[in-house]
Design a protein around this ligand. Structure first.
Ligand SMILES: N[C@@H](CCC(=O)N[C@@H](CS)C(=O)NCC(=O)O)C(=O)O
Length: 95
């Protein structure tokens, strides 16, 4: 699996966020990840209905953001926050 650098310097799972630029949940998710020093691919689906449809099919959800950590579909911001608050995000990032 492709990895990315964590602030601590160790390899971590690739994190990909599909979202729109102005969506408040997307902004909150980016803020959470950046606050943790997590590097992630930030893929804009604004103006790309085909990509947005593909992400909806892959995630089973129509809302943005949709976030993956490696092969694991995390979901949206509230799912990400829930993982963080329960202490399960760091182990997932380190996989
Ligand atoms: N619980 C979701 C809510 C996300 C959400 O409501 N996103 C809005 C944009 S900010 C959206 O995509 N709405 C359209 C839809 O639900 O299909 C999360 O935390 O990410």
């Amino acid at each position: 699996m492709a990895g990315a650098e964590y602030a601590g310097g160790f390899l971590m799972a690739e994190v990909v966020l599909y979202g729109t630029r102005m969506c408040p949940y997307c902004i909150a998710a980016r803020r959470l990840l950046r606050g943790k020093g997590v590097e992630f691919q930030d893929i804009a689906v604004d103006g790309d209905p085909a990509l947005r449809r593909l992400i909806a099919e892959r995630s089973g959800r129509t809302a943005v953001p949709q976030i993956w950590v490696g092969e694991q579909h995390v979901g949206g911001f509230t799912d990400l926050l829930s993982l963080e608050r329960s202490g399960r995000l760091d182990p997932l990032l380190a996989t």
